[in-house]
Design a protein around this ligand. Structure first.
Ligand SMILES: [Zn+2]
Length: 126
């Protein structure tokens, strides 16, 4: 029998975020961790939340511990919101546009920009 080519999302089995093992359907364990590097593609309500999938309770606990130790940096989260706003348009954005598009305050946008510059500086001088 010739198989159709369905969309990738429909057929991909879940992989453990800790060990990468393929998890048989129905055996996945889920959790959610706060992570300032996560920006949802379209829904700002999910920004800063990382959904975790694991093959065993031990691996889910390891993932939870890993993200609990990761610092949650507001400026990093805001930078993601700014990047999403910039990706949504080909036009250059003013500070006022960014405030409108992200729901951040002017001060938050400026702090985020300063944080990004510091990260870039740090990477260049490592
Ligand atoms: Zn695993």
């Amino acid at each position: 029998m010739k198989r159709d080519k369905p969309g990738k999302e429909d057929v991909s089995p879940a992989l453990c975020d800790w060990c990468g093992a393929v998890i048989s359907a129905g055996a996945e364990l889920y959790s959610m961790a706060l992570d300032s590097s996560v920006i949802h593609a379209s829904n700002p309500r999910f920004d800063g939340r990382r959904f975790l999938t694991a093959c065993t309770h031990e691996h889910l606990a390891a993932l939870d511990e890993h993200y609990r130790r990761r610092p949650f940096v507001d400026e990093e989260l805001w930078a993601g919101k700014i990047a999403r706003a910039m990706d949504s348009t080909a036009e250059p954005l003013t500070l006022a546009d960014l405030v409108d598009a992200t729901g951040l305050s002017r001060e938050q946008v400026e702090r985020s920009m300063a944080w990004l510059e510091a990260q870039i500086h740090r990477l260049r001088h490592r």
